[in-house]
Ligand binder design. Structure first.
Ligand SMILES: [Zn+2]
Length: 272
């Protein structure tokens, strides 16, 4: 995410939370946000998770694609206004996570590593496959889930940005690339690059009612691609994904705020 914001947070912590900013006081009170850094190892490669937290660590927002920084910024702004944690996986600023095992290079999409079938498919798609690489990725995915106790969450919110000018809510129309949605609402008032992807009918109904673009995953028929959405469906954890066009910070903040209001309404945020 933006270096200046991270730096601002760190300085505020170091200074003992005494600074205040006049013009943006309501939005930029970074003093109360804590930042924790956790190291993981995949094969011979270090990756890090940065956790931004204010108050109770609920709800949990997760960013795994390291080139989708607007989404992290929006998440941090909203927990700064309210509470919760943002977990950002940091791995070289790119979409794919690159690592070496026994000197051999591999790559995976970090949103395809949460099942066996997903790990195999993403290794093959991004380069070479080996059992050693598979094992290293599986171990990392398990450690990531355990370190943050994600299987115990009431809800998981993934933060993404649409970056390629192609993937959008239109991708879920019948006959399009990602068809097989259980339900779809396309607003005439929103950018097609801004949408929610949800696994819970209640979320779909709420967001449709607020006229956001929203697609409901068909939990019975969705292929096991190892994504976090499929993992959550398997574990019975309500899940939503906030996709906003890269660089559109204000639009993403609006969507993250709406998501938070929705989770509060449905009693999915722990306040104590
Ligand atoms: Zn993404």
């Amino acid at each position: 995410m933006k270096q200046s914001l991270i730096l601002g947070c760190m300085i505020a912590i170091a200074a003992g939370c005494t600074t205040s900013r006049d013009s943006e006081a309501s939005r930029a009170q970074p003093a109360a946000i804590q930042i924790m850094r956790t190291r993981f190892v995949i094969g011979e490669t270090n990756v890090h998770a940065l956790v931004y937290q204010q108050g109770q660590p609920s709800p949990t927002f997760i960013n795994v694609h390291d080139d989708e920084n607007t989404s992290v910024e929006a998440g941090v702004v909203v927990i700064d206004e309210t509470s919760g944690r943002v977990i950002e996986l940091v791995h070289g600023g790119q979409r794919h996570l690159r690592f070496t095992v026994d000197g051999q290079e591999y790559a995976v999409d970090p949103n395809r590593i949460f099942s066996d079938a997903g790990i195999r498919a993403t290794l093959e798609r991004q380069g070479e496959y080996s059992r050693a690489a598979h094992w290293a990725v599986e171990r990392f995915a398990r450690q990531f889930l355990e370190r943050f106790a994600l299987q115990r969450e009431r809800v998981i919110v993934a933060l993404h940005n649409t970056v390629d000018g192609n993937y959008s809510i239109e991708s879920y129309r019948p006959g399009a690339q990602h068809a097989a949605a259980a339900a779809l609402h396309i607003s005439t008032n929103r950018s097609r690059f801004d949408f929610f992807y949800v696994t819970d009918q209640r979320f779909f109904d709420y967001l449709k009612q607020r006229d956001f673009n929203v697609v409901l995953q068909n939990n019975a028929r969705v292929p096991d691609d190892g994504s976090l959405s499929v993992y959550c469906a398997t574990k019975g954890i309500p899940y939503l994904n906030i996709e906003t066009e890269l660089g559109q910070l204000d639009r993403q903040i609006e969507m993250v705020r709406a998501a938070r209001q929705m989770l509060d309404k449905f009693g999915l945020i722990k306040h104590h």
